[in-house]
Each structure stands twice: as C-alpha cells, then as structure tokens.
Design a protein around this ligand. Structure first.
Ligand code: ADP
Ligand code: MG
Length: 655
C-alpha cells in the first residue's frame, strides 16, 4: 500500500501580471492559503515554483514510476488544472524543453536496453476522450470506441490501434501523427486540445532471458506486463466563468462531467474505508480508464498545475483542494506476472525470436524492420480476430435469445392448441351437466374461484381461460351419448339462457386487466374460443415467422463473420508462411554472405601473395637499379677521366 504522489506546479506569471502570492505562502512542500478562508494548509510531495523545469519535475516525480513500469508495475501520471495553467507544457513540453511524455519514452528505451537479463516488447497507443467519446489518435476515423471488460485484460478500449515499437524515435513519429489526427478538421486547435483528455499508453511486456538459449521462452515462464498511462486532462475551469455557449457549452459540460466524476471518485477514495461506499468509476469513460490508477494496482503521480495570477485565485483554490484530497488516496501496486498466453510477447516470441537470433550476427537493420513490421501485422490480425470474436459472441447471444423466444412462441402455440381442445372438451362436459339439471345460477362465478386450464402450466405470458372450480369435477359428469363435433344450437341457447357470450371474460394476455366474470356463458362458446384461439394462433405464427426470418438473417451474419474469421486465420497462416519464407531468405542470404566471405578471404590471401611478390620484385628492382646506377656512375667517371687525361684506349680497356 502506498500513497499517490501529488505535486503542485506553478507556471511563470504572464508578462506584466504580478502573481497573487499574497494569497498563499509556500513553505518547503506545503502551501497555506492566506485569505480568504485563512488557515488552510496543504502538504504535498513537491511544490514546484517556476524555477523548476520539465526535466527536474520528471526526475523528482515521474522517473521512479517509469523505472517501476519497466520492472512490471502499472504506472500513471496525469496533469490536472485549469486551462493555460501548464498541463500540456508539463506533459508534452516544447522542442527546447521536452515534457514528461518524451522524457519517459526515452527513459523506457534507455532502461530496457540496459536491462540485459530481460527481453522486452513494447507497444503504444494514443487516444483522446472528446465529448465523452473515445477516439483513436493513431488511426484517423477510428472513433467512438467502446470500453469492454474481460477477465484477462480487465477494462480495455476495443478496436484501439496498438503499435509495436522498438525505438523512441518511432514513438515520437506516432505521437506527431496522433497530434495531426487530433487536429484534423479543427479550426481552433487550442480550443479542441484544452477540451479533450488525451491518454498516451505504453504496454511493456518482458520476460527473463535464458542465458543458455537467448530469447527462448518456455511455457512456464512468467511474463511481466505493465501499463503506463500518461494523461493530459482537459481544463478544469468553470463554465460560468468562461461564459461558453453552444458547442463550447456541450464540450464544457462533458469536460465538467468527467472531471466532476474524477473529483467524486477522488473524494470517495480519500474517505476512510468504512465511509467510502460505492466508487463511481463507471460513471465516466475517463474514470473507467483510470480505475487502476486511482485506488488500484498502479503507481500514480498527479501534477496539479496552477496559474499564479490573481484572476485565477478561485481555480487555484479548487485545484489545491483536489490535490489535497488526491494526496489521501492509497494504491496497492504489484508486479503483474502472467503465465497465460495473454502476453503478446509469449505468443509472438517463439516465432520471431529464432529470426532475431539469426540476425544478431549480421547487422541487418532492414531485416530488423521486416521483423517489426511482421510483429505489427501479426498483432493487428490478432486484434482484428479478437474484435470479430467479440462480435461473434454478441451475435451468438442474440441468436440464443431469439431461439429462446421462438421456443416460447412454439410452446404458446402448442398450449393454444391443447387449450382449444380442452375448451371444446369442457363445453361437452358442461353440456352433460346441463343434462343432469344443474342449476345454472349456482354456477355463477366469483373471483375467489380457483381457475385452472387442463394440461396448462401457468406461465408469465401465457394466456388463460377462466373457468369455475366446479367444472373440475369432470369425472362426475356423464359423457354425452350423442357426442358430436358440432355444437347443438338449442343446447347452447339453453345453457346461455338466451344470453350472448361476453368475450371480455376471456383473459387473453397477462397485460389484459382481470375483468369481472359476469356469467358462465362466455366460456361455453367454443366457436368464439376457437376463433380467438385461431387469431392468436395466426398472430403467434406470424411472430414466429418473423422471428425465424430474423434468426435466419442472424445465422447468415454469423456465417459471414465466421468466414471473415477464417479469412483472418488464413491471413495469419499466410503471414506465418511469409515469415518462414523470410527466414529462408535470411538463411539464404547468410549462406551467400558466408560464401562471399570465403571468396573474400581467398582474394585477400592472393592479394597478400601478390603484394609479397611485388615487394620481392621491387626489392630486386632496387638492387638492380643500384647496381646499374653504380656501373653508370663508374663508367661516367671513367669517361670523364678519359676525356680529361686523354689516356690511350688500350690502357682504358685494361682498367
Ligand atoms: P494547459 O495545457 O494547462 O491549458 P499549456 O500547457 O498550454 O496549458 O500552457 C499555457 C501556456 O503557458 C503555454 O504557452 C505554455 O508554453 C506556457 N507555460 C505553461 N507552463 C509553463 C512553464 N512551467 N514554463 C514556461 N512556460 C509555461
Ligand atoms: Mg492543454
């Protein structure tokens, strides 16, 4: 259990605008509000005045979270404060002064490179919550994404693009791309950016390297998976103050709603255990995404940015109150180790690692890129498969519900049929009763009678024909001798005492009100019963037909989706094939390289020998040259002597 780290950061005062520091005193790491409502003092982990730059804020507050994320702990850092108080400056920074996100990205890659005993796989995503809708910033048009929950992944944004990366530069490119998508179609970039929350996410998976067999992962090896969320929240100013209307008002309401829910969550979490009660994480997308960061399994830091000017004193007070409540939250972070195939690293590793190992000898950056692309392709097709599986599951559930409905309808039809028959039988037994001179008046029915329909179980939406309990004594009624399928008009007239059957006494559906049961006669009218039954029958049959059509349509959809699934499977197979082909290519290249190396060595050897020959030759040449030069010098001297002394030729020959 550890408390969330909370820091307050003052941005420099706007030019010519003196800071409202007469309203507060900063002492060490606490801030006291002087007036109004004096005496309130807030203690924080850090209070950064404008002399602290982004790198210092990163080192003091965030660095430890990033290191922990590489070690397998979830981590979250977010900036909270009113618009223009420095949230984006703190999180993203500028060209000259990089903020927490670029510093963290570089730190992650630096640390993973230094951790030689572990193998890492890093993927990133970038999203925005705008007007309570989640948009993918890495894929244009990938909008209004839903949040799903699964046992293995917890809460996750379905359909969000995740890119596998292996360098900080790659991440910066993606972030730039994301920013461009964010501003697409926006006339006022700043207006939008201060009205949406952005979440940059890194998922870091790692496994122990096996020193005997680098990169090999056995099935029992645990993989560490940590999620790092770096969040730039929308401004927390009040609408009343900004005087917004129209679209701005709508945006403001959404911002305020999600920030208010964030505030509620933080309030609840800051209360002591017993008073705490329900934490409303589910009330907004932001709090659902940040759930592990607030009171859950994550190391979390919050930077509350404040604007120092007098005009912002109310917002500053609000931000400080938010910060002091957040300071009371306790999280319980632990290393996330998983043994299942949920880790992407585990699923991809065995296939890719072999290739990578082969590449380690040859410095082929191009092939590294090929591997990265293939990893991403595989990951994408996995995500797509997962999405399709989810849709398939939903379709399956819908189909099951429909099947259930059809079954119920069929049951109703069956019940209806049996009811028609029993109603007919009942009428016959009633006729017998008439023959036995039972007084009809005695048969008038009160509401307290138990109604029962033969062969019929009471069901929520089955229809029931009311019948007096006295009619249950079927056994005592003598069977009509002249039993006939046709109702005898006279008999019916006698039975009804000339009354006309009241159809209202038939209780057709549970939604129909219980009507009074004025006379017995109405249930003694088989033709009406049958007519109603047949109508009901027809309507149920048409319902059934409609449901069957729907069912067929769903089945067709399912088949299409199953086909899509199998196509994806095929795609995966072809990707794996491509991978194995490129493995072969690589093998081939390596063999070629080795041959070339051999040839090169032979050539080198030849060249060496040639050089030696040349050296010998030039040595001999120099010797010859020396000899010739000395002969030439001697003969030249002799000639000179000869000319000078005019000696006779025989003497010269002798010398
Ligand atoms: P927010 O994201 O909170 O709306 P911004 O980060 O966009 O605010 O900051 C508003 C302005 O103030 C920007 O021009 C930014 O460069 C500047 N600013 C904010 N904080 C600092 C700081 N600590 N040092 C220098 N400039 C800052
Ligand atoms: Mg901003």
């Amino acid at each position: 259990m550890e408390k969330i780290s909370v820091a307050v950061r003052f941005r420099p005062s706007a030019a010519g605008d003196p800071p409202a520091d007469r309203h507060w005193r900063v002492q060490d790491e606490s801030i006291s509000l002087v007036a109004p409502g004096s005496g309130v003092s807030f203690a924080f982990d850090h209070v950064f005045d404008p002399s602290y730059n982004n790198a210092m804020v990163y080192d003091l507050l965030i660095k430890s979270i990033i290191q922990a994320a590489v070690d397998g702990f979830n981590g979250t850092a977010f900036a909270y404060g009113q618009t223009s108080s420095g949230k984006t400056f703190t999180m993203s920074g500028s060209e000259e002064e990089p903020g927490i996100i670029p510093l963290a990205v570089e730190d992650v890659f630096r640390t993973t490179k230094m951790t030689t005993d572990r193998e890492f796989l890093i993927r990133v995503s970038y999203m925005e919550i705008y007007n309570e809708e989640i948009n993918d910033l890495l894929t244009l048009g990938n909008q209004k994404l839903p949040i799903h929950e699964s046992l293995e992944r917890g809460f996750f944004v379905a359909g969000l693009r995740e890119e596998i990366v292996n360098s900080a530069e790659q991440v910066f490119e993606l972030l730039k791309h994301g920013e461009a998508n964010r501003h697409f179609g926006e006339t006022n970039m700043n207006a939008r950016s201060s009205r949406s929350h952005t979440i940059f996410r890194m998922v870091i998976e790692s496994s122990k390297r096996n020193p005997m067999n680098l990169g090999d992962v056995s099935n029992t090896d645990a993989i560490r998976v940590s999620v790092l969320n770096l969040v730039d929240l929308a401004g927390s100013e009040r609408i009343a103050k900004t005087g917004a209307g129209g679209v701005r008002l709508k945006e403001g309401k959404h911002i305020n709603k999600s920030l208010m829910i964030l505030g509620n969550v933080i309030n609840k979490l800051s209360e002591s255990g017993r008073q705490r009660g329900h934490i409303p994480y589910r009330d907004s997308k932001l709090t659902r995404i940040l759930q592990p960061a607030l009171g859950g399994n994550s190391k979390t830091s919050i930077i509350c940015t404040v604007a120092p000017e007098e005009v912002h004193i109310e917002e500053t007070r609000g931000t400080l109150q938010f910060a002091s409540r957040a300071k009371r939250i306790t999280n319980c972070a632990q290393v996330n180790e998983i043994l299942t195939d949920a880790a992407l690293l585990k699923r991809q590793k065995l296939e890719i690692e072999e290739l990578r190992r082969k590449l380690q000898g040859s410095h082929s950056e191009i092939l590294e890129q090929v591997i990265l692309k293939q990893r991403n392709d595989m990951h994408k097709s996995e995500l797509e498969r997962e999405r399709l599986a989810m849709e398939l599951e939903e379709e399956r559930k819908a189909r099951e519900t429909l099947e259930l409905r059809i079954k119920e309808q069929q049951k109703k039809i069956e019940n209806l049929s049996s009811l028609s028959i029993s109603s007919y039988n009942t009428s016959i037994s009633t006729q017998q009763k008439v023959n036995s001179t039972i007084m009809f008046d005695e048969l008038s029915v009160s509401r307290s009678h138990v109604f029962r329909t033969p062969n019929f179980k009471a069901m929520a939406d089955d229809f029931v024909v009311k019948r007096p309990s006295s009619f249950r004594t079927v056994d005592s009624n003598p069977i009509l001798e002249n039993f006939d399928n046709t109702a005898d008009e006279d008999l019916w007239m006698q039975l009804n005492k000339g009354c006309i059957t009241d159809l209202d006494t038939l209780q057709m559906t549970p939604n129909m009100k219980h009507q009074s049961f004025p006379s017995l006669e109405m249930s003694l009218e088989p033709s009406v019963d049958e007519e109603i039954s047949s109508k009901r029958h027809h309507s149920l049959e048409s319902d059934c037909g409609f449901n069957r059509e729907q069912f067929e349509a769903l089945r067709e959809k399912c088949t299409i989706m199953e086909r899509a699934c199998s196509l994806l499977r095929e795609e995966k197979t072809s990707l794996v094939e491509t991978l194995s082909l490129s493995k072969q290519d690589n093998e081939h290249l390596r063999a070629q390289k080795e041959e070339l190396l051999k040839e090169l060595n032979t050539e080198k050897q030849k060249m060496k020998e040639l050089k030696e020959e040349i050296r010998q030759f030039s040595l001999a040449f120099h010797q010859r040259e020396g000899l010739l030069t000395s002969i030439y010098t001697k003969s030249k001297a002799m000639m000179e002597n000869l000319n000078a002394s005019k000696v006779s030729i025989p003497e010269v020959c002798d010398s």
